[in-house]
Design a protein around this ligand. Structure first.
Ligand SMILES: [Zn+2]
Ligand SMILES: [Zn+2]
Length: 467
């Protein structure tokens, strides 16, 4: 039985507004704030991507494959040279070479910034790259191809409970020294001695993406660094200061326009050499055709030359790129030595300080890490042939030691891999799985194994089991 409706027993409730409230747009991923924005220590975009992935408990490879890839239709590098359709392809081996460009001035940087801004709803990510200087920089000598870091900065940040990241500053090829710790930046893992890409498939902040070891070391620990000569340190401090100012300026000022470098170099020629281009070319140690090309906007000035020119004429990089006009200090440039090492064309070889150079070579010979003579020459900033001429015995000793070191290292790596293969084979065998080549490789998930097996055409089946 249904009771008839009794109107008097019903109460009247307040009425509700069911219009949808206005809610600001929601971002697909966290609106993660970049580190150091507005300072000279601003984060690089590759560092930001790694942190963004970690904030979602993802690896960069998964973040790229599942979220960002759909916004960037660039299959040629998303697949990283691996077989199409395989999930492990994003951020693969060949991608490592492209990763540096994410922080650069080209289309790869633009694509990543656009995709990341779409998913985070941030509008400031181009400042984590060199895109603000697209119109005044050239690719030549700009970016470091592999990840570079200061072990003491990592260590300090960890001890102070700060976020671990990589500043954009470290991606400039011309910067070799951390001016906070007065030690060389490093681009080889101190544990596995391998070079690392700026963005790897998976890596923890401050750790090696190949061997997972922590990359920080304190200054108190015995450092294997070769000593930095005074003139080199002075020059590096100048570079760091100017690049930091540039990074800050990018955030605050409109980007420099295309014709800026031509305009500024003309201004320098007028003021430093009374408008005589040949004389200016001699002053900065470049050929006159090269300088003519720069002055007439036919080529952009590579960053290393740009830094040397600014230093030579006594102007900051920010003034050169951002100021509409500037006035150079009235000094006799011909008589003033340049800390950057720029000398007029036709110069005699760089002055060699026999005692300091010998000490530097002896330190290198006795340090734990072995270096090739090419690396030694770069480190102490002197020509290799010049070093051989003045210190033949020391140079030969360094070179022989490095050859032995490389041979031993090769043998060691081979043994580690062979042991690992045997171990994996045994574990597969023990759980009743036939240890085929493919299964062993999949179980090991190591690129080295691929290389090793491809190069040596080693058949897993031919390797004897460990006794
Ligand atoms: Zn440092
Ligand atoms: Zn490592």
């Amino acid at each position: 039985m249904v009771n008839s409706l009794n109107n008097e027993s019903l109460s009247i409730y307040e009425s509700w507004n069911i219009d949808m409230p206005s809610v600001s747009a929601r971002s697909r991923l966290y609106n993660l704030k970049p580190i150091g924005m507005g300072t000279g220590g601003a984060e690089s975009l590759t560092s930001y991507i790694a942190r963004l992935a970690a904030a979602h408990s993802l690896t960069p490879a998964v973040l790229l494959g599942r979220t960002l890839a759909s916004f960037m239709d660039k299959k040629y590098w998303l697949q990283g040279g691996a077989r199409p359709g395989t999930r492990g392809s994003a951020l693969g081996h060949s991608f490592g070479e492209h990763a540096k460009a994410i922080n650069g001035i080209g289309v790869i940087a633009k694509d990543w910034v656009a995709a990341l801004q779409t998913v985070t709803l941030r509008t400031d990510l181009s400042f984590l790259t060199m895109l603000p200087w697209t119109d005044v920089f050239t690719h030549r000598n700009l970016l470091r191809s592999s990840r570079t870091w200061c072990p003491s900065c990592y260590q300090d940040w960890r001890l102070n409970g700060q976020q671990i990241y990589e500043p954009l500053l470290w991606t400039f090829r011309d910067l070799d020294v951390c001016t906070r710790h007065h030690r060389r930046l490093i681009s080889q893992c101190q544990h596995c001695h391998r070079k690392l890409p700026w963005l790897a498939r998976c890596a923890q902040a401050g750790c090696c993406s190949k061997c997972d070891e922590w990359l920080g070391t304190s200054l108190d620990e015995v450092s294997n660094d070769a000593p930095i000569l005074d003139h080199k340190l002075e020059w590096q401090i100048w570079i760091a200061k100017n690049l930091e100012e540039l990074i800050i300026a990018a955030r605050r000022l409109p980007s420099p326009p295309k014709g800026r470098t031509a305009q500024s170099i003309s201004s320098c020629i007028n003021q430093a050499s009374d408008g005589v281009m040949n004389r200016f070319a001699r002053l900065i140690g470049k050929r006159k055709n090269t300088v003519w090309g720069w002055q007439h906007g036919q080529a952009q000035i590579p960053i290393d030359d740009l830094l040397r020119i600014c230093n030579r004429v006594g102007i900051s990089l920010v003034d050169f790129l951002y100021a509409d006009t500037f006035v150079l200090d009235d000094i006799d440039l011909i008589q003033t030595p340049a800390v950057s090492g720029v000398k007029a064309i036709g110069r005699s070889p760089r002055h060699l300080d026999p005692k300091a150079t010998k000490d530097a070579l002896l330190t290198i010979l006795n340090q734990q890490t072995s270096l090739s003579m090419k690396e030694v020459a770069t480190r102490i900033d002197l020509n290799k042939r010049l070093l051989y001429k003045h210190f033949p015995e020391l140079c030969k000793a360094i070179s022989t030691r490095h050859k032995q070191y490389r041979y031993k290292e090769q043998q060691r790596v081979r043994k580690v891999i062979a042991d690992k293969i045997n171990e994996t084979r045994m574990s597969l065998h023990n759980i009743g799985v036939y240890p085929s080549r493919r299964r062993v490789v999949a179980a090991m998930k190591s690129k080295d194994v691929h290389h090793f097996m491809r190069e040596k055409k080693t058949k897993i089946e031919n390797l004897t089991l460990a006794a």
